[in-house]
Write a protein that binds this ligand. Sequence first.
Ligand SMILES: [Zn+2]
Length: 313
Amino acid sequence: MKKIIGLDLGGTFIKIGVVDEKGKILSKKEIPTPQGKGRAQIIKVMAESIGNCMKNYPKKEFLGIGIGTPGLVDKNGKVFLAPNLPNWNNLNLKKIFEQKFSLPVKVDNDANAITWGEYKFGAGKNYDNIICITLGTGVGGGVVLNGELLRGAKYSAVEIGHMPICYAGPKCKCGNIGCIEQYVGAKYIVDMAKKKLKVRKSLILEIVYGKIDKITPKIISEAYNRGDKLAKEVWIEVGVYLGTLLSGLVNLLNPQVIVIGGGVAQVGEILFSTIKKTIDERSFSLLAKDVKVVPAQLGKDTGIISCASLVLQ
Ligand SMILES: [Zn+2]
């Protein structure tokens, strides 16, 4: 079976592995992303790690290299708008690595990569129209429509976290107000719980021994799983916010499945069922009735598998 290299470039770690055509990991490695040494050093470490991965198999077995990077990527594989890595703007990663390795290289941003990975190998693999959302510190995602990633005029479509769900609401770091991230990003879920805790009792406080700064979405999940009412209310509220956003997207895009991943989604059924219920209540019933809301499937190796999947476009 042919092989693909998947490289997931993050601000802290480079995760790299060899994946087969069916999305199975054959080998993997995690390398710290060089800090404070500029972009040439990061590219050097990426190239070395790709070279090391290729040593173990004949070169003719490789279909290509898939790279996921922070920032936006244009259709030529050039990165733009990448504020978190040094001098990363206007860098044509595709060209650099194609010249180095004489293999096809696909480059995309991490949110599109995860969406494509779930579409090829994960929870979206039996469908042609999917919305994928990742819930963590921020809210990211992508859309596959009729078997293709939704791109837009500047290859910048689907900034899901910055879709406003309220014409007023809190200010977001993007400059807008009322973005969904301001309601369901990890910090805001914690704030929601803290606000309720001011006037009510909850297991959440017992779990953190009264240390309010230690509250995380994971702690709120734990409290929910132990039957805590306040924690349940938090998750229902998060589900309604997300369901409200997604009911608009269901009307707009007519997806077959909505795949939700990321740390915050680990709370499970309560979140998924509330989102589905809200979509059923708010979207056109013809569109809503067949939409499935399901957890992402690629698990802890999602970065490597997803980046490798980019080659299969
Ligand atoms: Zn925003």
